[in-house]
Design a protein around this ligand. Structure first.
Ligand code: BTN
Length: 248
C-alpha cells in the first residue's frame, strides 16, 4: 500500500520489524529502499533500546519500522531522533494529547511512556546510507506489566483506535518532519525539540550508578549527549545509558 512518499509493507507477525527491515535492505541492496515502512501487528521479539524488549499484545498497538535515507552526515545522526520524536509529538497533538520527550528516545504523557523509538543507522564513510527507525506507539493496550511505567491512547481517551488509520496519520506527521531534516532547518528543529524536552532548564533528579543528584538540562551536544548542569553550576556530559532521569 502507498501513502504519500511511503510504501507500507504489512506482515501479520514478525520477530521484530527492525530486524525484518534490516534483512529487507540486505536482500534488496540493488533497489532503493528509502521510505519503506515495515508494519506488523505482533512481534515475537520486539526490541527496545539498550537490549530491552518492547511489550505489546497482539493486534493492539502500532509497531513499525521506517527505512529513511536522510541527507545528513553521520556526526549529525541524533537529528533523526529529534525529528522522529517531534513527529510522534505532532501526531499525538492531533489526537488532542500533549506529550513530552524524555532524552534520548522516549515519548511520555503525564510521565508515562506512550511511545519508544529504536534507531539503527548504516553509515558509509561519513554519511548515513540508511536509517531504520523502529517506532512503537501504545494505542489500545490497557494492562501493562507492573515494571513498565506506560500508558496508551485508549487509557487517555477511553476509546479504541484503528491501527491502520493511526499509522497513516502518523506518517503524514512524519512526512512533514522528514522534509525538515535538512541542514537549513536544524535551528528550527532544535527550537521545537527543546520546547518539548523534559528537564530543560528545570532542576530534576538524575541517577548515575548509585548516585542521585539534581540537575537541569542545558543542551544536547552534537553527538546527541545530554549536557546537565548541577546545583553548583558544574556541567557534565552524559552518553546514552550513562545517566537516568528519575521520574516521580
Ligand atoms: C524503546 O523505547 O526502548 C524503543 C522501543 C522501540 C519499539 C519498536 S516497536 C517496532 C520496532 N521493532 C522493534 O523490535 N522495536 C521497535
Amino acid at each position: 500500500m502507498k501513502f504519500n512518499e511511503f510504501e507500507i509493507i504489512y506482515l501479520e507477525e514478525l520477530e521484530s520489524s527492525n530486524n525484518y527491515a534490516k534483512k529487507y535492505i540486505d536482500d534488496n541492496f540493488e533497489q532503493k529502499n528509502c521510505n519503506k515502512v515495515i508494519h506488523t501487528n505482533f512481534q515475537t521479539k520486539g526490541r527496545g533500546a539498550f537490549e530491552n524488549s518492547w511489550y505489546s499484545s497482539r493486534d493492539l498497538n502500532l509497531l513499525f519500522s521506517v527505512i529513511i535515507c536522510p541527507k545528513i552526515k553521520a556526526k549529525d545522526q541524533f537529528f533523526i531522533s529529534k525529528i522522529t520524536s517531534l513527529a510522534i509529538i505532532d501526531y499525538l497533538k492531533r489526537k488532542g494529547v500533549n506529550a513530552k520527550i524524555k532524552w534520548p528516545n522516549d515519548i511520555l504523557v503525564d510521565n508515562k511512556k506512550i511511545s519508544g523509538i529504536l534507531i539503527e543507522n548504516s553509515i558509509i564513510s561519513d554519511k548515513i546510507s540508511n536509517s531504520i527507525v523502529g517506532i512503537g506507539i501504545n494505542l489500545n493496550e490497557v494492562l501493562f506489566p507492573d515494571e513498565i511505567n506506560a500508558c496508551s491512547l485508549k487509557l487517555i481517551k477511553n476509546i479504541n483506535f484503528d491501527i491502520n488509520t493511526e499509522l497513516v496519520l502518523f506518517l503524514s506527521s512524519y512526512s512533514k518532519f522528514l522534509n525538515l531534516c535538512k541542514y537549513d532547518n536544524f535551528y528550527s528543529i532544535d527550537d521545537q525539540y527543546f520546547s518539548r524536552l523534559i528537564g530543560i532548564n528545570e532542576f530534576l533528579r538524575y541517577k548515575k550508578d548509585n548516585e542521585i543528584f539534581e540537575a537541569k538540562v542545558i543542551d544536547i551536544d552534537e553527538f546527541g549527549r545530554l549536557v546537565l548542569e548541577n546545583l553548583v553550576g558544574e556541567k557534565q556530559v552524559f552518553g546514552f545509558k550513562e545517566v537516568e532521569l528519575i521520574i516521580n
